[in-house]
Design a protein around this ligand. Structure first.
Ligand code: OAD
Length: 251
């Protein structure tokens, strides 16, 4: 892979780094992205499945769709892109991983405390009292309709739906890190869904060097100082190796 020396110099010297990931980072684990060829939103309508209104109208359909996605996630494994990002914790003095993904694959790869901006499909949450339980248990108990909580409310997946606010603490951590980093690496996201995509703009405005890893350009590609137009599963291990090699001489 062709990695520009100036990129490696900057990356190896960076002290505060943010990695920001989207569905593309899990594509090589066999999980569908949302947009683009084969994407979930080409086959399903988000407003019928990923909104609070859809859940109120037809809870069983929404529950079954998330149970199906949860099964795919449970059967998937982290890929070399997730694994490479776990090494960044040791490579940079300050590092935050921010993901839009609900699949939990960063945590399963071993990343410590990633910010999950859109929640997680691993858990179900009562829509009334916010009690949580593992999705595995909730789906096993009731595969075809959302199970009821002790309080009488319905369980739903603990993800963020369109029209809902992002978890406040997660957004605050991500925003603070994006505003204060030297290197912001956007990986496998179409950079179209806000407020998450706004982190790229924030980091760029605050003077960070932006690197985009994505086979396709995105609306925010013009903000990137560098682009690696390659699958994350190839680009991230190569980039990580190269940074690790450059660091001893540059520090
Ligand atoms: P998208 O499906 O919008 O974009 C996936 C991106 O990954 C595209 O830009 C692809 O070019 C890129 N891609 C595909 N394969 C790749 C690979 N092997 N390596 C690197 N990149 C690859 O997914 P997101 O940007 O994550 O939100 O979508 C953002 C949000 O929209 C999601 O969190 C979800 C969705 O609707 C909610 O459900 C609220």
């Amino acid at each position: 892979m062709d990695l520009p020396p100036e990129l490696l110099r900057r990356a190896a010297a960076a002290r505060r780094v943010v990695a920001f990931t989207g569905a593309g980072v899990s594509a090589e684990s066999g999980l569908s992205t949302f947009r683009g060829a084969g994407g979930l939103w080409g086959r399903y309508r988000p407003e019928e499945l990923a909104t609070p209104e859809a859940f109120a109208r037809d809870p069983a359909t929404v529950w079954r769709w998330y149970a199906w996605r949860w099964e795919q996630v449970a059967a998937a494994s982290p890929n070399p892109a997730h694994q490479a990002l776990t090494r960044w914790e040791a490579l940079f003095p300050s590092y935050l991983l921010v993901t839009q993904n609900v699949d939990g694959l960063h945590r399963r790869a071993g990343s410590r405390d990633p910010v999950e901006l859109h929640g997680t499909i691993d858990r179900a949450r009562c829509e009334r009292c916010a009690a949580e339980r593992p999705m595995a248990e909730a789906v096993a108990e009731s595969p075809d309709a959302p199970p009821r909580c002790r309080c009488g409310g319905r369980f739903r997946p603990a993800v963020v739906w369109f029209g809902e606010a992002l978890p406040r603490a997660a957004l605050a951590r991500a925003t603070a890190a994006a505003a204060d980093c030297e290197l912001f690496v956007s990986i496998g996201t179409s950079a179209q869904v806000y407020p998450a995509a706004g982190l790229i703009e924030l980091a760029h405005r605050a003077g960070a060097c932006v690197l985009e890893v994505n086979p396709e350009p995105t609306p925010l590609s013009p903000l990137a100082a560098w682009r690696l137009a390659a699958p994350a599963g190839a680009a991230l291990p190569a980039l990580t190796e190269a940074i690790a090699r450059w660091q001893p001489s540059s520090r």
